[in-house]
Design a binder for this molecule. Structure first.
Ligand SMILES: [Zn+2]
Length: 229
């Protein structure tokens, strides 16, 4: 038993000696862990922001904010503006005859039956011919069949040709207002002079020839925004 008491420290020493490799491995793992932790903590201690947050002044904010005394009522209102008859007409001459049901009309000047893709508005010689609506003059001049004519683009795909006039009062490229004088009624259309003085009116909508009647009789209108009074 005495031997046993003296062997106790030598047992521990033998344990250390036998497990030296294992202990060394554990120590190394702990050391590496400590180093990694130390490096990580050091990095976190001095953080460098990748995306520094900068607060930019909102310049718009001050201009968007309305003053207290600004009126709240709407400054515009919607109104219906009708196409107007281009001439003070005393009656209809040759009617619009182009379509599946009524293709032809007799033209006494040409002495033939043919389609009349227009509306003839009879009027006194020299009567004012006005623009049916605001627009831009895209063509004007004189041709054998139409006489003096003006073609106006009235927007939204509507183009009107005012023909058989004495002369032309507007130039190509000119803007015209609804009711503005384009020329005066005459008999210059060689193909229709026997019909008497009249305005020969042709209308196309999106490239298709249409009956001008709804434009002249107060049927067609556009809703536009105008400044409120
Ligand atoms: Zn005609």
């Amino acid at each position: 038993m005495n031997n046993n008491s003296t062997k106790q420290p030598s047992k521990f020493a033998r344990f250390l000696r036998n497990n030296a490799a294992l202990l060394l491995l554990i120590f190394c793992v702990l050391a590496i862990t400590a180093v990694v932790l130390a490096v990580t903590l050091t990095k976190n201690k001095t953080p460098v922001p990748d995306n520094p947050v900068t607060v930019e002044p909102d310049d718009n904010q001050s201009t968007v904010t309305p003053p207290d005394d600004e009126p709240t009522e709407p400054s515009t209102q919607k109104v219906n503006v009708y196409f107007m008859s281009p001439v003070e007409s005393s009656g209809i001459g040759l009617e619009y005859t182009f379509g599946p049901s009524n293709m032809f009309t007799f033209k006494s000047t040409l002495n033939e039956w043919s389609a009349h893709k227009a509306l003839d508005l009879q009027a006194e010689e020299g009567a004012e011919v006005c623009a049916m609506y605001d627009g831009t003059v895209i063509d004007s001049g004189k041709s054998f069949l139409k006489g003096y004519y003006v073609t106006v683009d009235h927007g939204e795909g509507v183009i009107a040709t005012y023909a058989s006039m004495q002369d032309v009062q507007v130039a190509k490229g000119q803007s015209v207002k609804r009711g503005e004088v384009l020329g005066y009624v005459g008999t210059t259309a060689e193909s229709e002079y026997k019909e008497g003085p009249h305005l020969h009116l042709e209308v196309t909508a999106n490239g298709t020839v249409v009956d001008p009647t709804p434009y002249t009789d107060g049927t067609i209108y556009r809703t536009v925004e105008v400044a409120a009074n």
